[in-house]
Every structure is written in C-alpha cells, then in structure tokens.
Design a protein around this ligand. Sequence first.
Ligand SMILES: Cc1cc2nc3c(=O)[nH]c(=O)nc-3n(C[C@H](O)[C@H](O)[C@H](O)COP(=O)(O)OP(=O)(O)OC[C@H]3O[C@@H](n4cnc5c(N)ncnc54)[C@H](O)[C@@H]3O)c2cc1C
Length: 233
Amino acid sequence: MKFALLTEDITDTAGNRGKANFTYLAHGKALISVPIIHQKMRFIFSNRGFTVNYGHKIKAIDHGKKILTFKTPDGDQELGYDFTQVVPPQRAPDPVVNSPLPFLDKKIGEGWVDVKKGNLQHKRYPEVYAIGDIAGVPKGKTAASVKWQAPVIEDHLVAHIQGKEGTQVYNGYTSCPMITRVGKAMLIEFDYRNFLVPSFPGIIAPLEEGWIPWLMKEVAFKATYHSMLQGKV
Ligand SMILES: Cc1cc2nc3c(=O)[nH]c(=O)nc-3n(C[C@H](O)[C@H](O)[C@H](O)COP(=O)(O)OP(=O)(O)OC[C@H]3O[C@@H](n4cnc5c(N)ncnc54)[C@H](O)[C@@H]3O)c2cc1C
C-alpha cells in the first residue's frame, strides 16, 4: 500500500498523473485486517483515483506480453500493465515449516510457530518461545511488535526457568507507519482486539495523515530499529 501510494504521489508531482491508471489488487477481502483502518485506506485509495479489487491472488506474470493473471472468486482474470509491483506471500522459512514447531493443522498459517498469543510460548513444547514474524499469532508482524514481545518472553522465560509462572501479557501490539505521500504518513497502531492503541494520544491522531509520522518514520524509527538490532532499546 505504501509503495502504491508513493508511486501515485510521485507520478502526480512529476505532472504525469493524467497519463496513468492505478489499480490496487488485494488478495483478501479487505486492505488490512482491522476494519476501521480498512475503511480509511479504502477512502484514501478512492480519493486518489485508484481502482481497488479484492480477492485477486496472482497466478502468473507474462513479462513479454506484460499481462498479470489472477485467480479470483469469479475465475481467472487477466490485467495488462506497464509497471507492476508484486508482494510475495509471507511464509515461514523451510527449516521452520519442516520442523515440529508449526501448527499441526497445516491449513493454519504459512508455517508459523504454534504459540499462545498472550505469552508466545509454544503450545506443545513449553521450553520454546517464538518472537517476531515467525510467531503464529493473529497480529504482530511488525518490527515494532518485537519491542513489545521481547519483555513478555523474557518475563515468562525467566519465570519458567525458576519453576514459576510469568505474568506479562502481549496484547498483539502492531504498528505500521503508513506512508501515504512523500512527506505524509499515518501512524497506525492496533492490538489483537482491532482497537486502535495510539502511542501519542493528543499529538498524533491515529488515522490522520500528517508530517509528524512521516518524520518519525524517516528520522526517528530508523535510528530506533538500528538500536533495537544492537539490543540497546
Ligand atoms: C516492505 C516492508 C516494510 C515494513 N515496514 C515496517 C515498519 O515501518 N515498521 C515496522 O515495525 N515493521 C515493518 N515491517 C515489518 C518488519 O520488517 C518485520 O516485522 C520484522 O523484520 C520481523 O523481524 P524478524 O526478526 O521476526 O524477521 P526477519 O526480519 O524476517 O528476520 C528473519 C531473518 O532470518 C533469516 N533466515 C531465514 N531463513 C534462514 C535460514 N534458513 N537460516 C538462517 N537465516 C535465515 C532471514 O534472512 C532474515 O534475516 C515491514 C516489512 C516490510 C516487508
């Protein structure tokens, strides 16, 4: 979505918007799993002149003829393009998929580790915890989620080693700085319940495009992510 909106914005700034048609094809029934955010994104795409189609799963790309083929509820559909950006489906890496760790029901998830959503402990192997994208929980596939997951796992891991029960709970915190234009973004934050959980109430409205979230994403978050990788925050 960020890529699509940025491409449209840059086309517009270059004075070429009138020469281009933009189509956004979502694989599922919504743009994002949180209904209120789906509605907001639908509004933005519509305002910016995008055609949005749902239930389109890409099957093939013919680079020579520049044709995309989609599997849709109404059968296969083709779409011509001059430029396309395709996002591959998210899945666990093979060593995890082929281990005993994923859900036993192979229809659930894409090989994610079968953990309890509150403490990220494996449901069948209590000595195993999963953190980050690999955790098979309904939300939380963002780096920002890891920041909230790590202390919970630490609490439960230490308690487990001591033969006690940990008390901290991961609430599904997920954060996505949704870039909508060059210089504009929305800081979208939500939890397992699909509630918006703004970190800066009164300063950054959760579903409002502004320059502060853009600056945070461009300047502050980059430094934060690098610090996180070095274990400093
Ligand atoms: C385009 C895009 C934009 C995003 N923007 C944001 C954002 O603004 N904010 C945010 O919070 N999150 C964002 N995310 C999500 C964020 O990047 C992920 O949630 C985060 O990287 C997950 O971290 P992880 O360590 O769990 O997994 P990963 O970062 O995927 O790390 C897994 C690592 O394991 C390695 N690996 C895989 N298989 C093997 C193997 N067999 N052997 C050894 N190593 C292996 C991989 O190479 C990789 O380095 C974005 C994601 C994408 C794709």
